[in-house]
Design a binder for this molecule. Sequence first.
Ligand code: DX5
Ligand code: ZN
Length: 228
Amino acid sequence: MKVLKISPSLMCADLLDLKTCLDTFTEEGIDYLHIDVMDGHYVPNIGLSADLCRTITSYTDIPLDVHLMVENVDQLIPQFAGFADATVSFHPEVSRHPLRSIQLIHSFGARAGIALDPSLSIEGIRYLLQEADTVCVMTVNPGYSGQELIPGMIEKIEEVSSCCEKMGYTVEVEVDGNVSWKNLPKMLKAGANVFVAGTSSIFMRGTNIRENIRRFKSLLYGNNVKGV
Ligand code: DX5
Ligand code: ZN
C-alpha cells in the first residue's frame, strides 16, 4: 500500500503570508512543498526561484517537490537538486538525454521525477520508470493554476499506475492540476498517491487553509485522521 502524500503548490499561496502558511503546514504534517519553476519558454509564464527555495528551506524542513517547466533542464537541475530530501521533476521531451538528466538529479542526492504533459503517453517514458522515483501526471496544461481537469486524464492516471505496478516499479504517482474536492476521490481511486493541492482545494480563495488540509486528509484517509 503506497503512502498517500499532500504537496501544496506554493505558486497558489499568498506570498505575503508565507510564514504563517508554512507554520500551518508543519503543524498539520504536510509531506512536500510543490515548487513550480517556469522559464517563459517551455511554458508562457515565469515561476518560483531557487532564491525563494533557499529562504523557505532556511525556515522549514518540509521537503521540496520541485517541478521544472523549463527548456534548459540540465542547466537548472544543479540549482534545485541540492536541497535536503528534494524531489526534482522535469519534462522529458525537452531533455536531450532524459536518463542522463535523472542521473544528474541523483548525483546531487535528490529524488528524480518525470513530469508527463497531458498530450504525451506513458509509452515514451516506459524505460525511464526504472530509474525515476516519481512520475507526475499533469492533469492540466502546464503553466498556470486555476485550470479545469483535461478529460481523459483520470484514465491516464490509471494507465500509469497499473503500468508501474505491472513492471514492479515502486515509483510514486503524482497528480498535478485541478486536484479539486470533486476530482480528488477519482484520482485516488485511479492510483495516484501524491496530490498537488492548489486553487481548487487547499488554496481556495476566501477559505481557511488549516480546515482545507483537514478536509483533504479526510478525503484521502476517511475520518480516522489525526486532528479531524
Ligand atoms: C501548473 C502547475 C500546478 C498548479 C496547480 O502548471 O504545475 O502545480 O500550480 O494549480 P491548480 O491546483 O490550481 O490547478
Ligand atoms: Zn506543478
